[in-house]
Design a protein around this ligand. Structure first.
Ligand code: BDP
Length: 680
């Protein structure tokens, strides 16, 4: 196996009794309705059942005897309509579904029903997951609905086929061939997304090449949209704010992109600019009637934006929102904005830029903060914007691609990191105001204005993600976007069963390898709340690079003082966090050096000094590489040879790299602190 099939392998059920039980419950398939999504559901069920049960089942127009699997909506299917579940299905929404064992004309059947075709498709994938993970299906009573409306995968793909922070080969969008030829791989990509509930993709890098909005590219975008549509995946684009300008107008850095228009300005308050965007939106929707909207990185890291014209983020976002609103599109306006003049402490800047704007964005604008205030570090405290903008829909941006977490070399399962973020209590409206709850509730209950985005780790490699275990992060992102309350271990177990095997030993081993891997990576690269310890490529240790900027280490101590006595970043949090995190003694050790500069002899709750704890963690983190290898070795023969060997190779690289991190870090801090000899 190459890994191409992801978690949708549909290999035969090994347990013969279970396979017989499934076969007696699924003797034929009845899919009433012929919409593209219902056809996709039927196709997937046929394919999955054929693989899992070793033989296909007939597709019938009606229930014939026992064991029908019926799929449909009240609108598409008379069988579903006559069950009288309409009210319940309506309450679950067009993406929600029920799966139920019941009787039709006195015959036992299994029903997958939804008020929408998309929900029926999601239900089909859910049933397949039950079969793939060996669950009983005799007395099903499933009711599901997504907790967030927009579950987005953001590609940082460039028009030349490269991917910013991509470690799995070239872009899967083959722009040169489009729109004439649509790579069949796109259908498999769409299936994978649908299987985990992802319903939107941004095709291009946030450092957006404006040409993607040109007519020739829009025709290509429309072709991609048509391939994804049956799977309920809508297309969005990153828009370059300077697009109305002429191509390569001026050589200065702020406008290095130029545009695709001919206007002398991109000032959002200039009526010509507003009109340009309105016409652009009209053009897009003529080609792609269900186009999702724009993701915008503006006035950030050299990208053009409203601040080039003395305007605010509100001016910029609302102008674009007005162009999209007549068509039902949205703007996702990134909050990854950190102008130097806002504050000497970089992590304070996003909050200072955006909190004053709360409540002023148009109804179809999301503000999109990263999970942490800095930049996708292995561990950060939650971004204080969550809980500070009650009147603005916030769509968190997570990073699935492992920019700072060992790229596609390291096995790092990210669900525990995302859970720490989603479960973090902001205390914005008293205890229990978790990030997940804030994100799940749109201000004023505006429908469609909840969501979450993950920066994709997908590329054209045969295994899609460059490491077989990195597939788990794509999978977990989708599952958590559907339901942020799912536990990391349950998601890991599902994935392990589908991707590797249902054998208990494999499931246990794979799951345990995954579950400790994030903490180990944090220990190895950024223990105790350190950040940006990497080199320019964001892969190898590069401690000297950032010395003094994100933390400071010398003979007296280590850390960054963000307490009220320092940068007062802690003041951006609600009580009691502000008070707790203001003192080293009541700050969780995991974030100690993020919030405080302490002496090397400062004692942690476990009795170790900071120096001893750092060394201990580096050691622990590095040793996880050995543990992973030892665990994986026990599975030789339990999993297919090619994938086993490929993972084994990666784990060996990871171990060597982890040791390098430990040695470089201990040597560096040993020298800075005066505990060990420098150099050599
Ligand atoms: C940083 C990445 C850079 C992105 C930027 C962003 O290093 O490639 O363009 O974030 O999110 O993490 O805009």
């Amino acid at each position: 196996e190459s890994g191409y099939d992801l978690w949708l392998r549909y290999v035969g059920v090994e347990d013969a009794a279970l396979r017989r039980a499934y076969a007696s419950r699924i003797t034929h398939l009845v899919v009433q309705g012929a919409s593209p999504s219902l056809r996709a559901a039927a196709g997937e069920l046929e394919r999955g059942i054929r693989g899992l049960l070793g033989a296909g089942v007939p597709v019938e127009a009606e229930v014939r005897g026992q064991g029908a699997l019926v799929v449909g909506t009240p609108a598409s299917s008379a069988i579903v309509r006559h069950l009288g579940w309409g009210r319940e299905l309506d309450a679950l929404g067009p993406e929600g579904f029920v799966i139920r064992s019941t009787r039709v004309a006195d015959r036992p059947v299994t029903i997958i029903a939804s008020s929408g075709d998309a929900g029926a498709l999601y239900g089909a994938f859910h049933l397949l997951r039950l079969l793939q993970t060996g669950r009983p299906i005799d007395t099903l009573r499933v009711a599901e609905r997504p907790r967030l409306a927009r579950r987005m995968l953001d590609h940082w793909d460039n028009l030349d086929g490269t991917i910013e922070r991509g470690y799995a080969g070239a872009s899967i969008w083959r722009w040169a061939e489009l729109p004439a030829r649509i790579d069949p791989r796109l259908v498999d990509y769409a299936r994978a997304n649908a299987s985990i509930g992802i319903n939107g993709v941004v095709l291009n890098n946030v450092n957006a090449d404006p040409r993607v909005l040109r007519a020739d590219y829009l025709a290509k975008v429309a072709a991609i949209a048509s391939a994804l549509r049956p799977y309920n995946v809508r297309v969005y684009l990153s828009a370059n704010f300077g697009a109305p300008l002429p191509p390569s107008s001026t050589p200065d850095a702020m406008k290095k992109w130029g545009g695709i228009g001919s206007l002398p300005t991109a000032d959002p308050l200039d009526p010509r600019v507003a009109r340009w965007w309105r016409e652009k939106a009209d053009e897009i929707y003529r080609l792609i009637p269900d186009f999702g909207g724009f993701l915008v990185k503006a006035s950030s890291e050299g990208m053009p934006g409203p601040q080039d014209y003395g305007r605010s983020h509100v001016d910029g976002a609302n102008m674009l929102a007005a162009a999209l609103a007549p068509h039902g599109g949205v703007v996702m306006w990134r909050a990854f904005v950190y102008p130097k003049n806002a504050d000497p402490d970089r992590v304070k800047r996003g909050y200072k830029e955006f909190v004053p704007l709360d409540g002023r964005f148009a109804a179809n604008v999301f503000v999109q903060p990263k999970n942490g205030p800095l930049d996708f570090q292995p561990r950060e405290p939650f971004n204080p914007l969550f809980g500070a903008m009650p009147d603005t829909p916030l769509m968190p941006e997570l990073q699935i691609t492992q920019e700072y977490l060992g790229r596609a070399t390291h096995l790092v399962y990210l669900a525990p990191m995302w859970k720490e973020f989603l479960d973090a209590d902001t205390h914005a409206r008293g205890a229990g105001s978790t990030v997940a709850r804030i994100v799940e509730r749109a201000p004023n209950g505006t429908s469609g204005m909840t969501g979450i985005a993950g920066v994709a780790n997908v590329g054209a490699d045969s295994d899609w993600t460059g490491h077989h275990f990195a597939q788990a992060n794509w999978y977990a992102f989708g599952r958590l976007a559907w339901d942020p309350s799912l536990p990391s271990d349950a998601v890991a177990e599902e994935w392990a069963r589908m991707t590797w095997s249902n054998r208990p030993r494999v499931v246990r081993t794979v799951e345990s390898m995954m579950l400790g891997s994030w903490e180990a990576a944090v220990s190895d690269m950024t223990p105790l709340g350190l950040s940006l310890t990497v080199d320019g490529q964001h892969y190898d240790p590069g401690l000297e690079r950032r010395e003094g900027e994100y933390w400071h280490a010398d003979s007296l101590g280590i850390g960054y003082d963000r307490s009220s006595r320092g940068s007062d970043y802690v003041g951006q949090y609600h009580e009691p966090l502000r008070r707790l995190w203001d003192e080293p003694a009541t700050t969780p050790p995991e974030l100690l050096l993020w919030f405080h500069r302490v002496s090397w002899d400062f004692r942690l709750p476990n009795g170790r000094t900071v120096w001893a704890e750092l060394v201990h963690r580096y050691d622990d983190g590095a040793r996880y590489g050995d543990d992973l290898l030892a665990s994986w070795r026990t599975l030789a023969g339990d999993v297919d040879a090619r994938r086993w060997r490929e993972v084994q190779d990666r784990l060996e690289q990871q171990r060597a790299h982890a040791l390098r991190w430990r040695d470089a870090s201990v040597a560096y801090f040993g020298c800075r602190s005066g505990r060990t000899r420098c150099g050599g």
